[in-house]
Write a protein that binds this ligand. Structure first.
Ligand SMILES: Cc1cc2nc3c(=O)[nH]c(=O)nc-3n(C[C@H](O)[C@H](O)[C@H](O)COP(=O)(O)OP(=O)(O)OC[C@H]3O[C@@H](n4cnc5c(N)ncnc54)[C@H](O)[C@@H]3O)c2cc1C
Length: 427
């Protein structure tokens, strides 16, 4: 048995605590916030995410709270023409052994939290902001901003986009603003006309912007999000904005899409950030997980799913391990996960640039390509992501080509950063 310290009690941190506790270990989660909650609207979970949740024992509880979506639809934002539709029932469920659902963030977080609280081996400490760590040959000590020290056999940095553990381990500075601003709002379904209550994730792809909407909260609300490629560089998170500000940004979108956006009143905006993929996820007894390891734009709807996958793989590798095996097993976790998660980071950027926001000739070639794809072709394209069974291995060659070099350690044991090297995708 080992004693694991987990920095961060978000979706990734709690999933990690659960996975380690199920492997017979003691876990202390150090969460900066005073309360353990998850705020925000809907989150899409593909079959790979549900499989991970099943392996953590909370799949049924999350599934029961989800809206099980019938299709993912990409629509020409100007004309309303359906460019591609991925059916998510029938053959999709059979092939990927599970469905696709939208759940409220609380409905994903709640079952993870309840399971952690029910696990005697998990201790949840709130108001504990991890500031730094030191490690010796046999242990790691975490220091919090208020001067407390916690000692364990390993530390998992699951402290999100602005990870303090990553700052120390990778040192790649602040996250990168993508130049895209997302505006989000919830509309009570009673205010949504019948002809707009589709049980699909519908994405209207316009020039430099897209609008997406889907039902959440068991069908009680419509989640609406407008993303605009506006070059924003200021790091904004959840700022309330007037309705008119959002309605003024719908240039070129179809009247039906405008009608959907006009249903919403209370909008907030975020400037989306990510980081280049790195292969340096571990340093001795310290490892990164979730957004701390591989923060990605939301366009592939996979950030939380990848965090859940990380937790399952880490838990499986450490299952019943003793303290002496920790550094080797953390390195094995990194080897198993970095390429797949890095590919997903790059995929998310590509989806934004090439699928959702292109204009002119690029948009026309996108349309031609999408129109040529059969249902079978669409299933084949998502199979590596949605249909994963063991959550390891490389992503598609076209994406992993962008990742430069294997994980490397320079002399003296200082980890070396491997970043996405090509200017084509990396910002
Ligand atoms: C607009 C948007 C839509 C998205 N949609 C989807 C989707 O549809 N599907 C999907 O799978 N993913 C989606 N994601 C991604 C998903 O939200 C994240 O990938 C996921 O929440 C990451 O979980 P995490 O636990 O790694 O990080 P976080 O959720 O950021 O949790 C980190 C935790 O660490 C705590 N913390 C931070 N610093 C410290 C510290 N120094 N000490 C202690 N605690 C600390 C924080 O308070 C927080 O509780 C979306 C993201 C965005 C922005």
């Amino acid at each position: 048995m080992v004693h694991a310290l987990v920095a961060g009690g978000g979706i990734g941190g709690l999933a990690c605590a659960l996975a380690l506790a199920r492997g017979g270990h003691r876990v202390t989660v150090l969460e900066r916030r005073r309360e353990l909650t998850e705020i925000g609207a809907g989150i899409q979970i593909a079959p790979n995410g549900f499989l991970a949740l099943d392996r953590l024992g909370v799949g049924p509880a999350v599934r029961a709270r989800g809206v099980h979506v019938e299709a993912l639809r990409l629509v020409d934002g100007a004309t309303g023409e359906l460019l591609a539709g991925l059916p998510l029932s029938g053959e999709y469920r059979r092939r990927f052994r599970g469905g696709y659902a939208v759940v409220g963030r609380r409905d994903l977080y709640g079952p993870l939290l309840a399971a952690c609280r029910a696990a005697p081996a998990v201790t949840l400490v709130t108001g504990a902001s991890v500031a730094d760590y030191t490690q010796g040959p046999g242990d790691v000590t975490v220091r919090t901003a208020d001067g407390r020290a916690f000692r364990g056999d390993l530390l998992v940095g699951a402290d999100g986009l602005w990870s303090a553990v990553r700052a120390r381990l990778v040192g790649d500075g602040p996250p990168k603003p993508s130049g895209h601003t997302i505006h989000r709002a919830l509309v009570p379904v009673a205010r949504v006309p019948e002809h707009l209550r589709w049980n699909t994730v519908t994405l209207w792809a316009g020039t430099g912007r897209h609008l997406v909407h889907y039902l959440i909260d068991g069908g009680r609300h419509l989640n609406v999000a407008l993303t605009v490629d506006d070059g924003a560089r200021e790091l904004v998170s959840g700022r309330p904005v007037p309705r008119e500000h959002v309605l003024d940004r719908l240039d070129g979108l179809h009247p039906l899409a405008r009608n959907v956006a006009a249903l919403a009143d209370a909008w907030r905006e975020w400037v989306l950030c990510d980081r280049d993929p790195v292969a340096t996820w571990t340093d001795g007894r310290v490892a990164l997980l979730g957004d701390a390891a591989h923060p990605m734009l939301q366009y592939a709807a996979q950030g939380a799913c990848q965090a859940l996958e990380d937790a399952v793989v880490l838990g499986g590798l450490l299952d019943s391990a003793g303290p002496g095996a920790v550094p080797g097993l953390l390195a094995a976790y990194r080897d198993a996960r970095w390429s797949r998660a890095g590919s997903t980071q790059l995929l998310a950027r590509e989806m934004g640039d090439r699928l959702y926001h292109p204009s002119g000739a690029l948009a026309r070639s996108r349309d031609a390509l999408l129109r040529s794809l059969s249902e079978e072709d669409l299933y084949a394209k998502v199979a590596w992501l949605h249909g994963a069974r063991d959550f390891t291995g490389p992503g598609p060659a076209a994406l992993t080509r962008e990742l430069v070099g294997p994980p490397a350690t320079a002399e003296g044991g200082r980890p070396v950063r491997a970043t996405a090297g090509s200017g084509r995708i990396a910002r």
